[in-house]
Design a protein around this ligand. Structure first.
Ligand code: SAM
Length: 267
């Protein structure tokens, strides 16, 4: 399973994995159940090659809860899962991801706003939505929901991440490499040769990030076409080293937490 993308339906594949607590971290972006909405006001419709992303909303949310609970079983206590989604509007009603995330076993540790700086819809019913969200989900150790601190050089990135979309990727809905790089790098500083899971692997972006950071990956996707393309990207992961170098430069602080508190007279 390690360093491969399993072809199949995500929930069935996860349920078939009998080992528990062997994965260090995960990052994913599921399909958003968006096909029905958007009218004619989208710059770009997301069309997947082998499914129509069109479940009843209640079914969709229950499936996401079931998948996230399976992932909770696989991830180690103290481990993290980063879940990228967005606020959707259906017939005027806002659907917020926290509606189902708070029904999972996970502790929602942070909501990060991903400012993509570009919107896909231009209807004017609302101010253009240029953001998506990234939920940092945390699996507590012995019910301690606080968990370990991030290093200052990672925390300094803040809770609004400005990262433009990856327009070079042919997949219909990829996230840019910076997103999984930032997530994995920030929570896995103390882990070497760890395992990172992405249950909706798409074009393999999370796997490329894991490889660049010298970790292993496990992926799932139901499209053989996307898996084949992802595997090609993963083989060539070193071509993305420049993005890792740029990301590394952002993870920097002049002063430690202690030095900053001392300066403010808090010690
Ligand atoms: C939003 S895309 C993920 C893109 C990925 N983050 C990237 O950067 O390329 C969602 C992916 O999930 C896959 N998918 C959708 N439903 C699935 C299911 N039930 N089981 C497995 N894979 C699924 C699709 O084929 C698609 O590649």
């Amino acid at each position: 399973m390690k360093n491969s993308i399993i072809k199949g339906d995500v929930l069935s594949v996860l349920k078939d994995i009998t080992d528990n607590e062997f994965v260090d971290c995960g990052v994913t972006s599921p399909p958003y159940n968006k096909k029905k909405v958007g009218g004619g006001d989208s710059f770009r419709k997301v069309v997947y090659e082998n499914f129509d992303d069109n479940l009843l909303e209640e079914e969709y949310q229950q499936e996401q809860i079931d998948i996230l609970n399976e992932l909770y079983r696989l991830i180690k206590s103290g481990g993290s899962f980063f879940y990228n989604h967005k606020i959707r509007h259906v017939k005027g009603n806002m659907i917020h991801p926290l509606k189902w995330l708070t029904k999972t076993k996970w502790h929602v540790r942070q909501e990060i706003v991903w400012n993509k700086r570009s919107a896909v819809e231009f209807s004017g019913y609302r101010f253009y939505q240029r953001d998506e969200r990234i939920y940092w989900l945390y699996k507590p150790v012995n019910n301690n929901i606080i968990g370990k601190r991030l290093k200052g050089k990672d925390a300094t990135l803040g809770s609004i991440w400005e990262v433009p979309p990856d327009r070079k990727n042919e997949h219909p809905a990829p996230f840019p490499l910076e997103i999984p790089l930032r997530c994995i790098m920030s929570v896995m500083r103390d882990v070497s040769n760890g395992i990172v899971i992405d249950p909706y692997m798409g074009s393999g972006t999370t796997a490329v990030a894991a490889k660049l950071l010298k970790h292993n990956y496990i992926g799932i996707d139901k499209s053989q076409t996307y898996i084949d393309k992802a595997n090609k990207r993963i083989v060539d992961y070193k071509q993305y080293s420049n993005i890792l170098d740029k990301e590394n430069k952002l993870h920097y602080v002049k002063k430690s937490y202690k030095q900053r508190k001392q300066k403010m007279g808090l010690f």
